[in-house]
Write a protein that binds this ligand. Structure first.
Ligand SMILES: [Fe+2]
Ligand SMILES: [Fe+2]
Length: 287
């Protein structure tokens, strides 16, 4: 890869500047199905505000890390990657507006909810929401890179999801490592970690389900039972994989790098041509 670390002052993973053009997106870009397309659009509307919240939660506690240490550099790259994900998913929502789905309204709801949580929670708990949801994301993107991307009928949208999946895997341990660095590995670190994770899982499941329903309604597909059946089959298949992986977070000695997804990442890079710099988005190293 062009942006691999070149000296000891580099982060463990690169920040890639992407600039996808979604103008020609089809209406039902996931398996030609409203239910699958709107499920993923609903998830996507969580990202711009959600990932900004992750960045703020990590940045708020970054002063507890030695400047220019490896963790500090990786936090910088984490912030860069998440900021780019927010930007590209927002661009995707602007293009999805051509089908009158108004995804931006769901971004705003997400922002309002997360800003309320941010105000109510102490910094430690806000970081734990991020740590927990980074694990949730890492589980989802493994399945995306393994099989789900094949359902995506538009190359640009497929590339968006695979690029995002690759980077979520690259930085999946950063927030967790920051938490361990600040609060250790004892029972007093474990208990809030799993408590806030349980809250975060419930919150994101509720929000993504509601957004899915809202988008189906806006598209006049709420009672398309044939399409809902396709989604239920899809979800049932994948939740068999997700549940044990979600539960792994409750292990006392859990660490995100317990799971090696490097083969999935290598394949995803080959699919979108990232290694050869021929993907539809542009890749370059960032500061
Ligand atoms: Fe992200
Ligand atoms: Fe992330």
């Amino acid at each position: 890869m062009s942006s691999s670390p070149v000296n000891t002052a580099s982060p463990s993973f690169p920040v890639r500047r992407m600039d996808y053009d979604f103008a020609d997106m089809p209406k039902y870009w996931c398996d030609n199905e409203p239910s699958l397309t709107h499920y993923f659009t609903g998830l996507s509307t969580l990202f711009p505000e959600g990932e900004s919240y992750f960045v703020r939660s990590v940045r708020a506690l970054r002063p507890g890390v030695k400047k220019h240490s490896q963790l500090d550099r990786d936090i910088g790259a984490f912030i860069g990657q998440e900021a780019m994900h927010s930007k590209e998913h927002h661009a995707f929502h602007i293009s999805a507006q051509q089908y009158n789905l108004d995804p931006e309204s769901l971004e705003k709801v997400t922002g309002t909810i997360l800003k309320s949580i941010e105000t109510l929670f102490p910094k430690k708990w806000n970081l734990l929401v991020t740590v927990g949801l980074e694990h949730y994301t890492a589980v989802l993107v493994a399945t995306m890179m393994r099989s789900t991307y094949k359902e995506m009928r538009d190359d640009t949208i497929r590339n968006l999801w695979l690029w995002h999946s690759i980077e979520e895997t690259e930085h999946k341990a950063v927030a967790y490592d920051l938490y361990q660095h600040l609060y250790g590995k004892g029972l007093d670190a474990y208990l809030p970690r799993v408590m806030v994770y349980t809250f975060s899982l419930a919150m994101i499941t509720l929000m993504s389900t509601l957004y899915h329903l809202v988008l189906m309604k806006r598209d006049g597909q709420l009672f398309n039972l044939k399409s809902w059946r396709r989604f239920i089959t899809f979800a049932a298949d994948h939740y068999k994989e997700f549940i044990p992986d979600f539960l792994a977070y409750y292990r006392f000695n859990f660490h995100p790098n317990d799971t090696d997804a490097s083969a999935l990442v290598a394949n995803a890079k080959a699919v979108i041509g990232l290694a050869s710099r021929s993907s539809k988005g542009r890749e370059s190293s960032a500061a």
